[in-house]
Design a protein around this ligand. Structure first.
Ligand SMILES: *Cc1c(COP(=O)(O)O)cnc(C)c1O
Length: 426
């Protein structure tokens, strides 16, 4: 039975049997007990599925990952300790030293650092292309060693919308998968797999948790990319793994299971970035109301963008859901339900005016966070990017007056009134 997304938000991933706990139990246990070492050995050899150590797998995490897989229309998923770990695992599972990845330049700053600096030190090369670059430039970015294409459905904080179909087509023409970070839209606003993405990642820290309670991430595999058709590019999935007595992931686990099983049994085993079961439980509580919260985030985001666009003390507004926005055509296609609660704008009068505006907000609170039930606001030039001068900010695509306001789920009229009184003080 195929259920609507709202029902999956509430009930997906965990269906208790007779006399079992109604809520997903928190398996607060590092280890599992076995009657014989021989039985445990079968698990170590991947001959039998089961739990033995929480660094690799835990039933609480698996229930929540199964819900996220269902929400995204994927075949399998895993939780990670953070969104950073999710993006690292998604890429490193198929690209190692000597390999290359094509990435959109409109991505989260933390992901850019991970790719351009840390993974480069590990020997993975990245070519960054603007999401709206000409076809010839996208085409020219590929190399024989390219193993994946990476982008963000809606970039944080640039709010550029990725043309997923276009990037998927380019990736597939070169025999590699498209990985999409779908943190900002969540599956309520966009399901990238339906547009051709092969792997979807999340920082569950944002809307999925939604209450600023736990840092976490998720990797979802559509289970559709044919690793065997490009076996020479992906030996890690199609050749024997010596660390598991020669198991071949695509043979043993099929296309639906190969990617996530390898990421769990190799990367989680060796790098240990598992999400705490307690945090997985909190993410699940968030997911139960995701569809209800996203509707209000979408409503508040659009109302604020429209309000700001008509306000004399506002220099400019960026919101993909706003008619006339440079991203609006893409938003209509990929975000028909709404464009989330995050709005970027400039206060007339520049950096100093932005600071006055921020200091006078009462309901919206200054925080290094987005996508939360409570409205939060950030002035990057004065906080996360304060080491940069105005020229460096411009190169990073961040105007000195840019304010990123993440609309929560409070009453729309209260939010607009707060913004109005803070603008009046400018
Ligand atoms: C926050 C964020 C991340 C990183 O996630 P953490 O949970 O903070 O590690 C990755 N991608 C996007 C789009 C984000 O907004």
């Amino acid at each position: 039975m195929s259920e609507s997304l709202s029902t999956v938000c509430v009930q997906g991933g965990y269906r208790p049997g007779n006399g079992e706990p109604r809520q997903v139990p928190i398996y607060q246990s590092t280890t599992w007990k076995f009657d014989t070492s021989e039985h445990m050995g079968r698990l170590f050899d991947l001959e039998e599925a089961g739990y033995f150590y929480t660094r690799l797998q835990n039933p609480t995490n698996d229930a929540v990952a199964a819900k996220i897989a269902e929400l995204e229309g994927g075949a399998a998923a895993m939780l990670t300790s953070s969104g950073q770990a999710a993006n690292f695992f998604a890429v490193f599972n198929i690209a190692g030293a000597g390999d290359h990845v094509v990435a959109s330049s409109a991505i989260y700053g933390g992901t850019y650092n991970l790719f351009a600096h840390t993974m480069r030190r590990m020997g993975v090369e990245f070519t960054f292309v603007a999401p709206d670059c000409p076809d010839a430039e996208l085409e020219a970015a590929f190399r024989p060693t390219t193993k994946a294409v990476f982008g963000e459905t809606v970039a944080n904080p640039a709010l550029a919308v990725l043309d997923i179909e276009r990037f998927a087509k380019a990736a597939h023409a070169h025999g590699v998968p498209l990985i999409v970070d779908n943190t900002f839209p969540t599956p309520v606003n966009c399901r990238p797999i339906e547009w051709g993405a092969d792997i979807v990642t999340h920082s569950t820290t944002k809307y999925m948790d939604g209450h600023g309670a736990s840092v976490g991430g998720a990797v979802v595999d559509a289970g559709r990319f044919d690793w065997n058709a490009h076996a020479d590019k992906f030996p890690g999935l199609t050749q024997p793994d010596e660390s598991y007595h020669g198991v071949v992931y695509t043979e043993r686990f099929g296309l639906a299971g190969a990617f996530i099983t390898k990421a769990t049994t190799q990367l989680m085993r060796d790098l240990g970035s598992i999400q705490a079961p307690q945090n997985a439980y909190l993410v699940n509580l968030g997911l139960e109301s995701l569809h209800v919260r996203m509707a209000q985030h979408n409503k508040n985001g659009l109302a604020l963008a429209e309000h700001l666009a008509a306000h004399p003390k506002v220099a400019w507004v960026r919101y993909p859901g706003l008619p006339g926005d440079a991203q609006h055509e893409l938003a209509k296609k990929y975000l028909p339900n709404g464009a989330s609660g995050v709005v970027s704008f400039g206060v007339a009068g520049g950096r100093a005016a932005a600071e006055t505006f921020m200091a006078n907000l009462k309901l919206a609170q200054i925080a290094t966070h987005v996508a939360d039930a409570r409205t939060c606001v950030l002035h990057p030039a004065a906080s996360t990017h304060r080491q940069m001068n105005d020229e460096e900010l411009a190169a990073a695509g961040i105007a000195p007056d840019l304010v990123r306001l993440s609309c929560g789920i409070e009453a729309t009229e209260d939010l607009l009134a707060d913004v109005d009184q803070a603008l009046a003080a400018v």
